[in-house]
Ligand binder design. Sequence first.
Ligand SMILES: Cc1cc2nc3c(=O)[nH]c(=O)nc-3n(C[C@H](O)[C@H](O)[C@H](O)COP(=O)(O)OP(=O)(O)OC[C@H]3O[C@@H](n4cnc5c(N)ncnc54)[C@H](O)[C@@H]3O)c2cc1C
Length: 433
Amino acid sequence: MIPEQITYSNSKIKSDYWELSTSGQTVSSWFLDVTHPLKFEKLSQNISVDVAIVGGGIAGITTAYLLSNSGKSVALIEDGYIGSGETGRTTAHITHALDDRYYNIEKKHGPKSARIAAESHTAAIDFIESTLMKEGIECSFSKLNGYLFLDATDNKLSLDKEIDALKNAGISTANMQYESPLKSTDISPCICFQNQAQFQPMLYLMGLANTLSTHKEAKIFTETHAQSISNKNSENVIKTDNGCNVTAQNIVLATNAPIIDRVSKIYDKQIAYRTYVIAAEVEKNSIPLALYWDTGNQKSKDHVKPYHYVRIQQTKNAKNDLLVVGGEDHKTGSIIDKKDLESKFKKLEKWMREIFSVDGRVVYSWSGQVLEPLDGLAFIGPNPGNDKSIYIATGDSGNGMTHGTIAGILLHDLILGKKNDWAELYSPNRTTK
Ligand SMILES: Cc1cc2nc3c(=O)[nH]c(=O)nc-3n(C[C@H](O)[C@H](O)[C@H](O)COP(=O)(O)OP(=O)(O)OC[C@H]3O[C@@H](n4cnc5c(N)ncnc54)[C@H](O)[C@@H]3O)c2cc1C
């Protein structure tokens, strides 16, 4: 339910707020117009279904929605509420402009695979648009351009390389632009990606979850923690923290960070990063509605060069827009004190004021975790080491809206035994180069 008049508040602190049920100490700006937990019943008895899905973020909800549409009985269990994980902390750029760059994808996976990556991320954007239209989900969805511009440490060669790789990958709608899309700062030359999108991720999740909950053979359980998973003699059982069993032919672990990894060793193939976001009030429609990314700090020794990502959040009934600016990523665990933490937000604010020339108040600041695969693409498919009835979706990098949607489409096909040309590329079993 959306309150009539929206006012922004400063970041909330843990313990007083339901929004913080699992994944962090601060609250993102999406909770501005989501005023109550996306809550379903708690599991209180043993159940048996075709597919059990753990995790109520974009990957889990999309997978459950699609499998249920195809007639499978599904149970989704979430230990917080719907959107308690990274999907509630995202900035929800919906894009095929992969943050690991197509020239790297082409180098690591080959040109044919780079085309599949482009095709699958484009299909994910289309899927989100068609699904929210079909289900009548209102979630501030807009189609817009995305602009990739140079970080101060980078040079035009990297944009030239990316343009070539984009063409090879079949993305013909991306072009070099020599005119700055921003008046405040000349960010040209830049690559303009057409037909990208953004939405309010919590409203999208809420729409899909509410649709799913009307299906006869679909059940969602929140505040239900998956304590252990067993995969013995072709029987899969999830044991919950309150002692209930969920028996299923297939299990999908859509927990973002997989909760069984002893046999898969999946954490050898990806690295966890912390990333930070601020949101500042700006006059409505004062900044061209688009997604903006820089190419990242090339001096960084990290596997992923920290880059800035920017969008505008427009909320019905709010007096101003919010300029939402993210970046300052570092390996999880490498920041130790509060001063370091505050300096991350301060640096983001300084950069935002320089590039966008805005003086509005910063009214939200939060952080979240992103799993960076060593070869730039998510791991979606059977969990290595188990038989083919347990699936994972992880390693989204900064493209989790599309990777999470790809997970839904791909896992649906794999579980139904349908051929899907994306399977090999996203296989968690692949060797990362
Ligand atoms: C600050 C930030 C900005 C980002 N910006 C973008 C962006 O602009 N565009 C983009 O595409 N991606 C972005 N990402 C990445 C994207 O948000 C994530 O990759 C995506 O939301 C992950 O979705 P998910 O469904 O896999 O996981 P989650 O949303 O984390 O959902 C997993 C769920 O599993 C639940 N869970 C975990 N363990 C258990 C258990 N044992 N039992 C029951 N439930 C459990 C958790 O509570 C959680 O709700 C960003 C991420 C961050 C942190």
